[in-house]
Design a protein around this ligand. Structure first.
Ligand SMILES: Cc1ncc(C[n+]2csc(CCOP(=O)(O)OP(=O)(O)O)c2C)c(N)n1
Ligand SMILES: [Mg+2]
Length: 380
């Protein structure tokens, strides 16, 4: 069934109600988690400080704000560039910056990051250059290589394969006797795949220094979290594998950083892996090519602008005097200039040639790849 075959949300019959299991919408689940206190929050959606004893140091708070602003800027410019035909497919992540930047900011450049297609914000936070990231979403080979000083894997498109691979990287670090960790991202949909469960078990059994981030953004393309699993609290899955499972407000960057920093420190001390569920929402379409009005109503998306992670931290920093209107404007201007310089760099990369698609698949090309390459070159 393709997306266009789906009934519009208002055309669904009574059977749709029967499939609604644990909660009515992601917003209801989020508010309930906040009320019950089974999701760590340091800042409330209106930026009130709920847990003053957990506030990170001011320089960390400012770092998180800067990274979220860089990510938000990329996301917004990404849309425009796509519309101008200057970017290929692009999975937007606007609204999920705290979930991505707050977690990735707990790593250093010696650690591994295994991002999905959704996690541009996490990769930028750890230092993936903007120009290469743009090249990746232009499907240019210039986006396929990671800088030498960075252990960020290319954005994974196949769902969940990155999880067991991250365990392998973490175990390699352990065997070498380093303190480095591997962080892997997955979505709510991906957490229903076998690879997710195998990775958690494998990491637990071998005490791998892994941090598993599960971004529960309410949707796996057109399938809401509530109907792809009966479970409401996905962090509890960790218990089945003997790991700590933590649930955190995925729109509160101070909270995502806090829990991730603790998990990273635990892994560095040799105390093994942690699963972190960030409760957030995919405000934007699945990709720039998706039309969410085919499968969700405005009622489902209502209320998420009041929970915006960037505005939440901005309000807090302004209140605390860590940011002023002027320093904020200067920061945003600096970020915009950084992006435009990177865009210029990416525009300067030569266009890929068709045969390049086969390069770098294996260190030594197989006979089949050599044959296909020759055929492509003949056609070109
Ligand atoms: C192994 C595999 N199966 C199916 C797909 C098709 N697919 C692409 S995105 C997606 C939904 C993933 O949802 P989720 O894990 O919640 O991540 P999100 O898009 O919300 O970030 C699916 C099923 C795929 N890319 N790989
Ligand atoms: Mg999802």
């Amino acid at each position: 069934m393709t997306q266009s075959d789906l009934p519009r949300p208002d055309e669904r019959g009574p059977e749709a109600a029967e499939t609604a299991l644990a909660f009515e919408s992601a917003a209801v689940a989020y508010d309930r988690a906040a009320e019950r206190g089974d999701m760590l929050q340091i800042l409330a959606p209106d930026a009130r400080v709920l847990r003053p004893e957990l506030l990170p140091a001011p320089d960390i708070q400012l770092h998180l704000y800067r990274q979220m602003r860089r990510a938000r800027h990329f996301d917004e410019r990404g849309w425009v560039l796509y519309r101008q035909g200057r970017l290929g497919v692009f999975p937007p992540f606007g609204g999920m910056e705290a979930s991505q930047c707050g977690t990735a900011a707990a790593l250093t450049k010696d650690d591994w990051l295994f991002p999905t297609y959704r996690d541009t914000g996490a990769a930028l936070t750890l230092g993936l250059p903007i120009a290469r990231t743009l090249a990746y979403w232009r499907t240019s080979p210039h986006g396929w290589h990671m800088p030498e000083n960075l252990k960020v894997l290319p954005f994974y498109i196949p769902i969940a394969t990155q999880y067991p691979q991250a365990v392998g990287a973490a175990l390699a670090e352990k065997l070498r006797g380093t303190k480095n960790v591997a962080m892997a991202f997955i979505g709510d949909g991906g957490s229903s795949e076998g690879d997710f469960h195998e990775a958690l078990n494998f990491a637990g059994a071998l005490n791998a220094p892994c941090v598993f981030v599960l971004q529960n953004n309410g949707w796996a393309i057109s399938v809401p979290t509530r109907s792809q699993t009966r479970a409401e609290n996905l962090s509890l899955r960790a218990l089945g594998y003997g790991l700590p499972g933590v649930r955190v407000d995925g729109n509160d960057a101070l909270a995502t950083w806090h829990v991730t920093n603790e998990a990273v420190e635990r892994a560095r001390r040799g105390e093994g892996p942690t699963l972190i569920e960030t409760v957030t929402y995919r405000v934007k379409p699945h990709t720039v090519a998706d039309d969410p009005s085919r499968y969700r109503t405005e009622a489902d998306t209502a209320g998420w602008s009041e929970r915006d992670p960037v505005v939440r931290l901005q309000t807090h920093l302004l209140r605390e005097g860590l940011l002023t209107e002027e320093s904020d404007a200067a920061l945003q201007a600096e970020i915009a200039a950084e992006f435009e310089a990177a865009l210029q760099e990416a525009d300067g990369y030569p266009d890929p040639t068709p045969a390049e698609i086969l390069d770098h698949v294996f260190a030594e090309p197989t006979p089949q790849l050599r044959r296909q390459r020759a055929e492509l070159l003949e056609e070109a």
